[in-house]
Design a protein around this ligand. Sequence first.
Ligand code: ADP
Ligand code: MG
Length: 364
Amino acid sequence: MRPRTPATRGRAPARAAWAIAAALLVAVLIAACASEPEDPVFRRQIFTLGTVVDISLYDTEGPLAEEAIRAVEDVLNGIHRQWHAWEPSELTRLNDALAAGETAQVTHDTATVLRDARALAAASGQLFNPAIGALVHLWGFHSSERPAGPPPDPEAVRALVEDGPDMDDLVIDGRNISSRHPGVRLDLGAFAKGWGVDLAVEALRTHGITSAIVNAGGDLRAIGSHGDRPWRIGVRDPGGSGAIFASLETRTDESVFTSGGYERFFEYGGRRYHHILDPRDGYPAQHTLSVTVIREKAADADAAATALFVAGPDEFGSVAARMGVTHAMLVDADMKVYITPDMAERVRFEVMPVPEVVLVEPAP
Ligand code: ADP
Ligand code: MG
């Protein structure tokens, strides 16, 4: 049997109980598989970053594997504590300072992540915009519960969008952070998971591990290989059924990240409102069900997936070009697939009938 890392996602903390139950079930299945003596993959699931993180190590076991898993857990728990968007964290303290018009001193890590996020936001034309925390809050997504609705007052949305803040309003002077715009509230929900996966892989490498997957609820970085064959991974159904929609084999060091509207949403008055907001109008980005991106660094893949989700089919090629993304796939509201030629060469669709596919060159 060909091992496949299922792209199971379940990040909404409201679904935590479900996720833990599913994790236990999978753990039982893995325990059953582990009894096959020839299986060289050590798998462990941990619950952190509000999701199930699945770690697969090839040809590593025993105390070294346990120690490496603990290191990954420490790194990811640290990120969860440091950059949580609404539970007290370094980020909420920074947001409080920015709201008061003050300058705050942050850790070296936080200054670094903000600098990187700012560069990626600029490259995306501010479609990836981690400065719109106030808007995410207004929509009710700063909660461990699914928002009940109704959607916010259109006037309140308009007020936050007109002259809205972006990352270029942030002044990053070493570790001192201030803002030129009173409305900047940072939300790393579209970026911190990628950052964390990169750090987790670094932690594994520090332990001498060269072949592994860190899979945070379907978003993953794969290094090395599954012995003499590549790692094979699945991309989940953009409709949210949980089925595998497509699969691909990763090269020696690649991250595969998906932004999906099915990930967090609420329904009100017969309409669905999801958590990926278009900073230009303040509403959940229309026309897109999901975007999958392959890049080397998980943080880059995470930011690009969010930006291309907001870009939608019409601007998919131009935003991909701006961000230097060569491998991306967007599934629109009609399940039509927009895909870059390089990505098309890598992806195998696992659904019948095979979806309608439009090739899009990344081009300005
Ligand atoms: P997923 O949950 O599918 O991994 P993303 O990586 O796109 O999705 O992250 C979505 C989260 O990012 C939202 O919950 C919110 O906290 C934040 N967010 C929403 N819209 C944007 C945006 N346009 N730019 C940056 N962050 C955003
Ligand atoms: Mg993202």
